[in-house]
Design a protein around this ligand. Structure first.
Ligand SMILES: Nc1ncnc2c1ncn2[C@@H]1O[C@H](COP(=O)(O)OP(=O)(O)OP(=O)(O)O)[C@@H](O)[C@H]1O
Ligand SMILES: [Mg+2]
Length: 238
């Protein structure tokens, strides 16, 4: 049997002496989609930053496609097929939409970058329409679409999304959930999304894992968390 696409064993991480992740176990198979839910400050972003290598692990093991990620810099992980849409998008505000896409294509791991950019403009007509506009002039939702297109441009086998619905109008939240679900189904891109928005989680329909105080505490279906007010109250504080 091939190894899982992503495997975390007892991962610990934090900032200085402050521990945040306190032993995370997580297995993601090829083509699988998982949502991680948890209230503010439980370590969701810290988890994704550890996976992309923006933050060094303090303990435990992490493997991608059977290879250890320990000590590998972010750009190496990106070339291996890990794409990341960070919380708050972090597009280049002074660059145009097209330049933002070109910057991503430049670091992509394979293939023809012009064709990849053309495919992104085809998939997201909004970006073609706005290709000359500076990133800063886009709405939050439009920036999120740009950040998603930028991540998909690298043809990842794993897509990490950090609260893609945060601060975005509902129609674009739905559109983003649709694109992510479709790429997961059609292209087999594995997805790990961190969210607090149950609507997004429901649209994506992935299996859910609840994170609390740096530990995975509960596994359930999207439907279960959407319907169970007690679970929501306990782990999401809603
Ligand atoms: N750069 C940093 N330096 C020190 N502490 C940090 C830093 N970034 C985050 N923290 C702390 O680590 C903990 C986990 O933060 P993290 O950003 O992973 O939470 P989160 O689950 O993503 O929260 P949110 O839902 O608000 O995005 C919090 O207590 C936070 O205050
Ligand atoms: Mg966060």
């Amino acid at each position: 049997m091939p190894p899982p696409l992503l495997e975390l064993q007892g991962v610990r991480a934090g900032y200085g002496l402050v521990p945040v992740l306190q032993g995370i176990d997580l297995v993601l198979q090829r083509g699988e989609a998982v949502s991680i839910l948890g209230r503010n400050g439980v370590g969701k972003t810290t988890l994704l930053r550890s996976i992309v290598g923006a933050l060094r692990m303090q303990g435990g093991a992490m493997h991608f496609d059977g290879r250890s990620l320990a000590g590998l810099p972010t750009h190496r992980r990106a070339r291996m097929g890990i794409a990341y849409v960070p919380q708050g998008r972090q597009i280049f505000p002074a660059l145009s939409v097209l330049e933002n896409l070109k910057a991503a294509a430049f670091g992509a791991r394979r293939g023809d970058s012009e064709a990849a950019i053309e495919a992104a403009l085809e998939e997201f007509p909004l970006l073609r329409e706005k290709q000359a506009a500076r990133g800063a002039t886009l709405s939050g939702g439009q920036q999120q679409i740009l950040a998603l297109a930028r991540a998909l441009l690298t043809r990842p086998s794993l897509l990490l999304l950090d609260e893609p619905s945060e601060g975005i109008q509902p129609s674009i939240v739905d559109q983003i959930a649709e694109v992510v679900a479709e790429r997961n189904r059609r292209d087999g891109i594995a997805v790990l999304v961190v969210e607090q928005n149950l609507h997004f989680v429901q649209r994506l329909g992935a299996r859910c894992k609840l994170l609390d105080k740096g530990r995975m505490v509960f596994d359930c279906s999207a439907r279960q968390i959407v319907e169970d007010r007690e679970l929501q109250h306990r782990y999401l504080g809603v």
